[in-house]
Design a protein around this ligand. Structure first.
Ligand code: NAP
Length: 417
């Protein structure tokens, strides 16, 4: 019997990954007491997560090379009555750096946090010949670890790797401990968090022109390496982890449609829903249901600020979910808080329709739009924002089946990034 042990595991996706790797019986064991767990629970192999990667070590008989160097164990196997500890996070991280083609050699690397994962990252960065490796953390324990107050000395970093849980579900909106806007040579941010799929740190990295990656590939690759240790067989189908990764991306991402009123958000949401088997949530319809009133009446009776508050509330309730399609109200793009929340688990798909065509449509009964001039005014204000937030931009002034094929092709690329 194989499984994962940790303190709080209700949102773990490890069972899903191990099931895809061939073990549908992979268990999850939550415990507050690792000593009694290890002494009483029957198992053949374990994955170990927060907070036991270090505290499990005294109960093991042997440590494999990397686990011994780092003093952090994420995999345990029982062999000939002995418990042997391994670290497959190192392998998962190495594969992640390779997969995303993150350049480390001769780069200045800044690691946030000084816990177990930080040690794994630091060792790999050294072995990959980083020019400089600096750890920054709130409680420095060694001379090589800088306090947060030293951040200004590290603005020349090229790569930042976050190993803290800041921004991890359910605390997605934790404040960042420093801003990235002063990092003038920043190329890449890697956040070991994978829920949400795009953390606040990653969003800030992207908005500063850097590349940003999450820890999902690492999670899959460390699981694959653990499975090989469990089975004592290093012949797991080499194409399987990548398929699992693509599939997790496909199922866990939300698809968020944005664009001007009457650009086709609801129609395309309905067309992609059966392809990706995701339910649709139309935020305007949801607000009408919550208020028991058409949007035009909400605007008339309670005003635009009240409606915008409702939009924010609806998105705040939704954005931590996975696997949904969200068709947004056209004005949401003007609220950066809403858009940065939607980006966390969502791929923003901008349906780019020539607004002159919208001017020719029946625009009666739409709040804020009563004339062709209103369409133009709204379009000119919002188009730069749609372009700013879009992960995928699709021109929609052409046959629907062509548009749909392009959405599918672009999403497929996105899921295997
Ligand atoms: P850990 O040993 O508990 O270390 C956590 C680190 O984060 C410590 O340095 C801790 O500082 C710091 N930290 C926590 N909250 C903080 C806050 N609010 N402000 C500043 N620093 C804070 O945990 P770990 O095993 O290294 O894991 C860390 C993260 O990496 C987790 O999010 C985990 O999910 C992720 N991870 C992902 C993978 C993957 O496969 N993608 C693998 C391993 C780990 P203090 O010591 O001062 O509390």
């Amino acid at each position: 019997m194989f499984g994962l042990v940790g303190k709080s595991l209700s949102h773990s996706i490890s069972p899903l990954i191990h099931s895809s790797l061939g073990d549908p019986n992979y268990r999850v064991w939550e415990t507050q007491d690792i000593e009694s767990f290890i002494k009483t629970q029957d198992f053949s192999g374990l994955n170990v997560t927060i907070p036991y990667k270090e505290t499990i070590i005294p109960y093991l008989d042997e440590l494999d090379g990397i686990a011994k160097t780092i003093q952090s164990v994420n995999t345990v196997i029982k062999r000939d009555g002995k418990l042997i500890g391994y670290n497959t996070d190192y392998y998962g991280l190495f594969k992640t750096i390779q997969y995303h083609k993150i350049s480390i050699k001769n780069k200045k690397v800044l690691i946030i946090g000084n816990g177990g994962a930080s040690k794994t990252v630091a060792l790999l960065m050294k072995n990959m010949n980083a020019q400089k490796i600096q750890i920054i953390c709130r409680n420095p324990k060694k001379e090589t670890e800088a306090p947060l107050t030293d951040i200004a000395l590290l603005y020349d970093s090229n790569v930042i790797i976050n190993t803290t849980p800041i921004g991890m579900y359910p605390h997605n909106n934790d404040e960042l401990i420093f801003t990235l806007s002063n990092f003038n040579a920043l190329e890449t941010v890697l956040d070991l968090i994978y829920n949400p799929l795009r953390t606040k740190l990653m969003i800030e990295a992207e908005s500063n022109g850097a590349k940003a990656y999450n820890g999902l590939y690492m999670l899959v690759m460390q699981a694959k390496a653990s499975r090989e240790l469990f089975l004592n067989d290093s012949n797991i189908d080499h194409s399987l982890p990548k398929k699992i990764y693509d599939n997790l991306n496909k199922t866990r991402h939300n698809l968020v449609f944005v664009g001007l009123p009457l650009c086709g958000k609801s129609a395309y949401a309905k067309m992609v829903a059966p392809i990706y088997q995701k339910p649709i949530i139309d935020t305007d319809t949801l607000i009408e249901m919550l208020e028991n009133q058409p949007i035009s009446d909400i605007f008339k009776d309670k005003g635009e600020p009240y409606f915008r508050q409702l939009e924010n509330k609806v998105v705040t309730d939704l954005y931590q979910s996975n696997h949904i399609i969200i068709s947004t109200g056209g004005g949401m793009i003007q609220d950066s808080d809403i858009m940065n929340k939607l980006k966390q688990n969502g791929i923003i798909i901008y349906l780019d329709k020539d607004y002159h065509q919208i001017m020719e449509k029946d625009i009666r009964n739409r709040p804020l739009i009563n004339s062709k001039e209103d369409v133009e005014r709204i379009a000119l204000a919002r188009i730069p924002l749609y372009e700013k937030y879009a992960d995928i931009l699709i021109k929609v002034d052409r046959p629907k089946n062509e548009v749909l094929s392009e959405i599918e092709a672009m999403l497929s690329d996105y899921f295997s990034r």
